[in-house]
Design a binder for this molecule. Sequence first.
Ligand code: GTP
Ligand code: MG
Length: 170
Amino acid sequence: GLNGQKVNVLVVGLDNSGKTTTIERLKPKNKQSNEVAPTVGLSVEQFQRGGLTLTVFDMSGAGRYRLLWEQYYLETQAVIFVVDSADRLRLVVAKDELDNMLANQQLGRRVPLLFLANKMDLPLALTPVELAQAFHLEEIRERPWQIVPSNALTGEGLDRGMDWLAEKLL
Ligand code: GTP
Ligand code: MG
């Protein structure tokens, strides 16, 4: 069953998209921190959520660290790709990075992809439909994927996203 199942979760996406903030919000309340700084290299966190023991690889999204992502693909069992929905200028950069990851053979073909359309609270945020089109998500074959709008500051959308991910890990 699900109880105690250990899952390696890789969290990627451009710098400033809200990865670390998202992970803080996923942690149990007494372990959450409101002090979030840009991640240097990566940071690994382990905590329980929804009957799972999650080992979360919080990768830096900064250009000079993006090559580190692939070092973890082989052991990754679930991916969370976080996008700043309002960062229209870097949308193509984010798409390139997503495409690079999906083309890498080291990431299991069936590893589920949760695409978080984060910062949905910002006035210039693109809608999940617009983002799904821009990122050509419908072209993803085999791999289970889901796009969920989120606000990592409040936690909105994260339960829905994590419930979907947990279901795919069964
Ligand atoms: P790197 O570690 O540099 O790759 O960045 P990151 O993706 O971990 O981003 P981080 O969690 O550090 O958040 C970057 C900034 O965005 C912080 O100032 C957060 O408070 C802010 N932020 C994160 N999520 C949201 C959101 O949903 N809405 C808004 N308005 N701001 C957010
Ligand atoms: Mg970070």
